[in-house]
Ligand binder design. Sequence first.
Ligand code: GLV
Ligand code: MN
Ligand code: MN
Length: 405
Amino acid sequence: MNINQESLIADLDRLAQIGRGADGGITRRALSFEDAEARGYVKQRLAQLGLEIRHDEVGNLRGRRPGRRDLPPVMTGSHLDSVPSGGRLDGPLGVVGAIAALEALGSVQTVRPIEVVVFVGEEGSRFPRGTIGSAAMSGHVAVQKIWELRDPSGVSFRDALATYGDEGEPIAARSAPFAFVELHVEQGGVLEADRLPIGAVTAIAGLVQRAVTFFGDANHAGATPMHLRHDALLAAAEWCLGIEAAARELGCVGTVGKLEVQPGGKNIIPGRVDCICDLRAAEASTLDALDRRALQLLEQVQKRGVTVEERLLQRVEPGPMHERAIAGVERAAAAAGLGCRRMPSGAIHDALHMAEICPASMIFVPSIGGRSHCPTEDTEPRHLVLGSTVLARFLLEFANLADEN
Ligand code: GLV
Ligand code: MN
Ligand code: MN
């Protein structure tokens, strides 16, 4: 089972040109022209493999390799959308790795079909929620609700779907695969520190994101004495530091990564700050505790004479992967002679929703310096190949299991 490193890297390089900015980061928001161009490239690669290509009601792209019997397929894939100025591997590796794995399988027949999926809108960097494609596929969110999502300019998800230019009737988003596995970069430093090429993902942490606006009084930076100010930015800053302290205390993570200060003049006291917090924990009770602390802190900072408005953007419950699929990743790594460890994922992935409907897990490969969601995200080429090798072995084993369904 030989992965073609040259074509794997060529596909990743090609995708990395789409939406690349001056800082080398990649910006492909869901259903943007860049996202559509990347998806178009992948569609053409799936067609070269002779797969039956379809799109579903929410824009997931699916390529099916038939099995000897028309049983529920083994599914694999990831996403092509990105965070603003993100890396080249978060998402694309799971798609390109699937192409490389199917190329490695060549003409080997399997009992079950194998399906490659490109999930739409995983990152949540345009519409108010992420993991859109898998939420629809699992039935976690109704298709109608997804169509009604609106981006900050008011464009509905349903209207934005036109950017993909798909022709013909879409298939239903709901699906019931036999198993699901996603190849992905780890995005942390655990595998690198352990000098291991493969991680078998056991669980995915949950997430709460809230949009918060602090309203103060814009006023003169020279003429207004300190005790007469209502500085919206100082209230926001106190809140950010409070989230940091609470996350450290609770042993989880909290980030305020988006913050807009208005009017934004160097000699004006900030009158308004819009920000978004991102709170994550492996346990739902810890996530609740951090979220409660973030809300209490919002009450406290109002002593600065500011008012606050807040709105829940999304809450994603933490979830386990399936033992059957986790053990499958371990077996595939062992069969390839590779070291592997079980580990949780701090980042959200489509595998979380897929685990609601079938045995699912993920194959992690090391991230250099543990860096991700930034332009310097990278992985050693040999690790990209090894991850794809494990994926190919997993697909071959699971696609030859005829025992159920
Ligand atoms: C997705 O990458 C997320 O965890 O935000
Ligand atoms: Mn990501
Ligand atoms: Mn990802």
